[in-house]
Design a protein around this ligand. Structure first.
Ligand code: NOJ
Ligand code: CA
Length: 703
């Protein structure tokens, strides 16, 4: 997959250099590393003479061996430059450039029998990645991490887009505030979420997005989170200092390490243009290429599901009966049916028909397997077996029905956060999938984790998710995990881990609603780590339509279309119910047409919390799609089509908010019109408050 490879190796081997400086390939970023008087490692980062990270200390404290915090001297430094490209299996662009200058510092603790560690810095044009490495050596084999003490000292009271630090959930709404305001806002920001475990001292999660008063955009996250707990950021709001806060386990340790070992990369993406943050491929570049030999079975998936009706319509349930106190192994066919079970043969067939008629790859069916009666809220270990269907879901019959129509049924494994039970049953569950023609699974981790004391984001669980992805790969199965740890670009290494939720997604539109600005922040935060199964496409935005309450989805219908472009994922759901798509067939055409795998991406306009307009070229096709969204304010998008190749004519189909449309009034009002365009065309397009625009573009056939 490596197109060409160019490596320049300059080895600066010296024994006593105390300060080191490298620049990004374009010279805009400067990284300086030095040791303090006590031999504590310190780094700082500047962008075009502006400070991004002021001198900040590095180190790791341990609970068994002496800590890796001070008394270091530099024993060796290496510099290295890499400039190559690689092609992701699926992605926002066909080819990704990987261009950085590297500084590798070897630090020795003389007082600890010459124990040594490495700190490796990679400086790209779009930011910095660095990690701690613990090579094999005589006096360092095993150690237990108490805390990582990586500081990110910021240069001012930046505006931050943040969610509360939590060991178990990322499903918080975003708060936008100055750093100094975080303490006063934390209580309000910490809304109730099932099984949440907010961090006790003041902390926020990554990816943390910030903007400085003088227009720098800074994003802090991590890459390649493997065999290590996820990192949150402690906040010293008065001094504008952030520092790493790792997720503990049940005995309050953070990480169990054995040399050769390394931490994940700590990432700081920086630019004076917001669009560059969205375009950054730094996190992916810091992940390892996949070792999978055959990836031909990993494919983009556009799907519908027996799903949204569980949240809004009040007509159906995951559970087959209203009895509770059920137990795995009992005869579920003896349960008294509640008559509202959604995953029944007839309803599933209806969905398969709809998927086949409209070109979808798959139908997700939740609630097909026994055990849903009484698990929610009970910290029960053995809830699901992942192989026994309810009596009204005929696995073989439905499989054949789907196969005849060229559609897949997507498996659902809600684990109830009982990872132990899931691991015990995983082989059988995946074999069952192979035997019955399933090639993709949506997993879920709702609830408090078992093993008890572990957290969704702790080292043990981080390893669990990867174990599931690897096992799934053995069975040629793609995985879409919900409630798993936030992604860190591991879809490069485990490309069958095709998407994740790991944020507040569409389901919350039915549970209190999402702020109109929410989706203008997600690409700058959660999506920095990888594709999101946001589950867009809700056309019936006013939920009082179902007679079950007066909630609404806080967007216009057209904004839901735009999400297919603004919210990158090679796995995209059309989340509304088929009958709602039948009512708006002309708008639904966009969801049918839109690509989900791309040759190229052009970030046309972007400002976190305000608006995003993105154009993308479909993979291997002369078709382009544009999605533009705005927050609670209406706006005019300035769309220039200069990304289109010159000398050709194109027809754009523009799906626009109706004149009177906004997220809370006439949200379903829209217009669709065709426009002849070429590379010179410029369009000023009005978006309603909480609205959007979606455009599909085709090259005209030669006449
Ligand atoms: C939470 C997931 O996000 C949602 O999509 C799913 O329907 C429920 N859990 C049940 O598994
Ligand atoms: Ca969820």
């Amino acid at each position: 997959m490596c197109k060409f490879f160019f490596t320049l190796l300059i080895c600066v081997c010296s024994t006593l250099v105390q300060g080191q400086v490298i620049k990004s390939p374009d010279g805009n970023l400067t990284l300086k590393f030095e040791l303090t008087g006590n031999g504590i490692p310190s780094y700082q980062l500047d962008f075009k003479q502006k400070s991004v990270i002021k001198p900040s200390l590095l180190g790791i404290s341990t609970s068994d061996v002496p800590s890796f915090s001070e008394g270091f001297s530099i024993s060796k430094t290496d510099q290295n430059s890499v400039n190559n490209t690689w092609d992701p299996i699926m992605g926002e662009q066909k080819t990704i450039r990987n261009n950085y200058n590297e500084l590798l510092i070897t630090l020795t603790q003389k007082a600890e029998k010459d124990r040594f560690i490495n700190i490796r810095f990679r400086l790209f044009n779009d930011g910095l990645g660095f990690r701690y490495e613990f090579p094999k050596q005589p006096n360092l084999k095993y150690f237990v991490i108490k805390e990582e003490n990586t500081q990110f000292n910021l240069a001012g009271d930046h505006k931050a887009f943040w969610i509360p630090g939590d060991y178990d959930t990322n499903e918080y709404p975003y708060t936008t505030s100055k750093m100094s305001e975080i303490p006063g806002l934390m209580k309000k920001a910490t809304v109730d979420i099932h099984a949440q475990q907010p961090i006790k001292n003041l902390a926020i999660q990554t990816p943390a997005m910030m903007k400085t008063d003088d227009g720098l955009y800074i994003n802090i996250h991590e890459a390649a989170l493997i065999n290590y707990p996820a990192m949150s950021l402690n906040v010293d709001a008065a001094a504008f200092k952030l520092s790493s806060h790792l997720t503990p386990d049940g005995v309050d340790n953070k990480g169990y390490m054995q040399t050769d070992a390394q931490t994940p990369w700590r990432t700081i993406v920086v630019s004076d243009k917001a669009a560059d943050i969205l375009a950054s491929k730094l996190i992916l570049n810091l992940n390892e290429p996949t070792a999978y030999k055959d990836v031909s079975w990993i494919k983009p998936v556009k799907y519908i599901g027996v799903w949204w009706e569980y949240f809004v319509a009040g007509k159906s349930t995951w559970a087959y009966s209203d009895e509770n106190n059920v137990r795995m192994g009992q005869d579920f066919s003896k349960l008294k049916p509640n008559g509202r079970h959604g995953a029944n043969n007839e309803n599933v067939k209806k969905h398969i028909d709809f998927a086949a008629a409209n070109g979808f790859d798959a139908v997700l069916v939740e609630g097909w397997n026994v055990g849903w009666e009484d698990w929610f809220g009970n910290w029960k270990e053995n809830v699901f077996d992942f192989v026994t269907p309810y009596p009204d879901f005929n696995v073989k019959e439905l499989q054949q029905y789907a196969k005849d129509k060229g559609v897949k049924i997507m498996m659902h494994h809600e684990t109830s956060a009982s990872a132990t039970n899931y691991e015990r049953r995983l082989d059988t569950a995946f074999r069952f999938m192979n035997e019955n023609g399933y090639n993709a699974v949506k997993t879920g981790y709702v609830g408090k984790i078992i093993p008890r004391g572990e957290h969704h984001d702790s080292q043990w669980m981080v390893n669990h998710y990867i174990h599931v992805a690897e096992k799934a790969a053995d069975h040629k199965i793609m995985v879409n995990s919900h409630e798993a740890v936030r992604p860190t670009g591991l879809h490069r290494t485990y490309p069958n881990w095709i998407a994740q939720e790991s944020a507040r997604g569409t389901e919350f539109e039915a549970m209190g609603g999402l702020a109109p600005e929410h989706a203008t922040i997600l690409p700058f935060t959660r999506l920095m780590g990888g594709p999101m199964d946001y589950t867009p496409g809700i056309f019936q935005t006013d939920l009082s339509y179902y007679g079950t309450g007066n909630q609404r989805v806080n967007t216009t219908l057209v904004k839901q279309l735009a999400y297919y472009v603004t919210m990158y994922s090679p796995l995209q759901m059309a989340a509304d119910m088929p009958e709602n798509y039948e009512r708006f067939k002309d708008a639904f055409q966009f969801i049918k047409d839109v690509a989900i795998d791309w040759d190229d991406t052009y970030i046309l306009e972007a400002e976190p919390g305000d608006f995003i307009t993105i154009a993308r070229k479909a993979k291997n096709k002369n078709e382009w799609f544009i999605g533009g969204i705005t927050d609670e304010n209406s706006r005019t998008a300035e769309i220039s089509f200069n990304f289109l190749p010159e000398g050709k004519k194109y027809t754009a189909t523009i799906y626009a908010d109706g004149k009177d449309a906004s997220w809370n009034k006439n949200a379903q009002s829209y217009s669709i019109k065709k426009l002849a365009i070429n590379t010179k065309t410029k369009l000023r397009q009005k978006l309603g408050a909480g609205g959007g625009v979606a455009i599909s573009i085709k090259e005209d056939a030669d006449k």
